[in-house]
Ligand binder design. Structure first.
Ligand code: ATP
Ligand code: MG
Length: 442
């Protein structure tokens, strides 16, 4: 992508309305634009990050055996009456009436709809276990939307739902999502700690929130410091018993304020390992058994021919919240520092003298080579001053910058800058593409 043909309305100054760093940086980097309280347009750079996050979520869901579908944003009120939640959900639900006076709502979550779909499509024990998921916009009329995309009213969520014959099988489906979450967040460069949590309006009896620690987090959390150093399991066989893989997380104390037990915390965690901090919830998993399948009669025929009511769980990830959460976890005074896996472009190519034919030629060639190597590039081919170009590149936080000027080109050299460390090295113009390809694989 050429900056001269792109749309990235960068702001020089920090917008006044933004209270936290991720919100400020997203506005300054031209990633989002507010169109109403808690409602945002995703501008091209922001959308690229959102798509990268969705792709990682999708890959790990698929690996864990979940199956993707897509449900609509609008749902019927009658469906929610079946579960009894239509009245219970309260003011957060956006209720809509269509031209035929039918009551509708903009889905805040999808337990009812997926239960209806599964009930109508699954008939026998051979149709389970299944976990279905989608990545779709939700609406919750939050009383206090704030912090940009972190607490929006319209936001993008991955939500998965599992269906099993028995409580034991349902726990296995729950475990698959739990492990998939550990891997998903780690791939985004985050340390997300599963913490015991309250179940809230979703209901059920077993729940963990996946929390990243950040000063700007909205909830207070407590955990053992060792949890911060754990690494997500690799090469997971999702058909095997996953409890041993999960054990390192479950053995150590971790709880959100709602279920925190100060006495147990003091008892189980040595004082110098106690972490009490603020946290951002990036995902939550619930096991709730027959809470929806009972009232909605989601049943299949068991092996013995008798009807069995299915056992379920639901599993959410805040895809759009993650964009802000990753920035909260990864930025410096100059701007965003994207982990390569979610960066809007991998490389920023900076032409220090646009219009100079040798420099232009070198840049065009690098642009093409990087593109052929499968590395996404943002090429600043504009006539802006070098200082402004550097500032913008640092602000938008691409992992690598390749800086090309007339003097270097004469000597066959360019500068390669790593955004995270700030380290700059001179490197042969013929070598730089291979070096960048190596950083992708190595
Ligand atoms: P919160 O406690 O932050 O209000 P929640 O527990 O109500 O969230 P869930 O129903 O667990 O949310 O939704 C799954 C995920 O969706 C959350 O873990 C969070 O990452 C994300 N999410 C929830 N509400 C919002 C929101 N208003 N804006 C952006 N993301 C959200
Ligand atoms: Mg939650």
């Amino acid at each position: 992508m050429r900056v001269s043909k792109f749309f990235m309305p960068v702001l020089r100054d920090a917008p006044r309305e933004a209270e936290i760093v991720s919100h400020r940086l997203m506005l300054r980097a031209g990633m989002i634009r507010q169109s109403g309280a808690g409602i945002y347009s995703w501008l091209p750079t922001g959308l690229r990050v959102l798509d990268n996050i969705s792709r990682i979520v999708r890959e790990e869901q698929d690996r864990a055996g979940a199956i993707e579908l897509l449900m609509p944003t609008l749902q019927s009120a009658d469906l929610w009456r079946e579960s009894g939640r239509y009245d219970a959900y309260g003011a957060e639900m956006l209720r809509i009436t269509d031209r035929h006076k039918r009551e509708m709502l903009y889905g805040p979550t999808n337990e009812e709809l997926i239960t209806q779909i599964f009930r109508d499509g699954a008939h026998s024990y051979r149709d389970v276990p299944r976990t279905l998921y989608h990545i779709q916009w939700k609406f919750r009329d939050e009383i206090r939307p704030r912090f940009g995309v972190m607490r929006g009213r319209e936001f993008l969520m991955k939500d998965a739902y599992s269906f099993d014959l028995t409580p034991e099988d349902a726990k296995k489906s729950f475990n698959r999502q739990f492990v998939a979450y550990l891997r998903t967040f780690e791939r985004m460069g985050l340390t997300a700690i599963p913490m015991q949590a309250e179940t809230g309006p979703i209901g059920g009896d077993l729940s963990y929130e996946f929390i990243i620690l950040a000063k700007t987090g909205e909830s207070e959390v407590f955990c053992h410091r060792d949890l911060l150093d754990l690494k997500a399991p690799e090469n997971v066989d999702y058909d095997s018993d996953l409890e041993p893989l999960m054990a390192p997380w479950l053995e150590k104390y971790a709880a959100t304020e709602d279920v925190h037990d100060a006495a147990r915390f003091a008892d189980e965690v040595p004082q110098d390992r106690q972490v009490s901090a603020r946290g951002i919830e990036v995902g939550q998993v619930f096991l709730f058994g027959t809470k929806y399948s009972d009232p909605m009669k989601c049943q299949v025929q068991g092996r013995d021919g008798k009807l069995v009511t299915l056992h379920s769980g639901s599993y959410g990830i805040g895809v759009s919240r993650l964009v802000g959460a990753i920035i909260e976890a990864s930025h410096d005074e100059r701007g965003i520092v994207w982990p390569a896996s979610v960066a809007p472009f991998k490389v920023g190519l900076v032409n220090l003298k646009a219009g100079d034919s040798a420099t232009d030629k070198a840049c065009e060639s690098l642009y093409e080579q990087l593109d052929n190597a499968g590395l996404s590039v943002l090429y600043d081919d504009t006539g802006e001053r070098a200082g402004a170009k550097f500032k913008t590149m640092d602000l938008i936080g691409l992992p690598w910058q390749v800086i090309v000027g007339p003097r270097g080109v004469k000597a066959g050299l360019v500068e390669l800058k790593n955004r995270a460390s700030g380290e700059t090295t001179e490197i042969g113009i013929d070598e730089v593409v291979n070096r960048l390809v190596a950083t992708q694989t190595g």
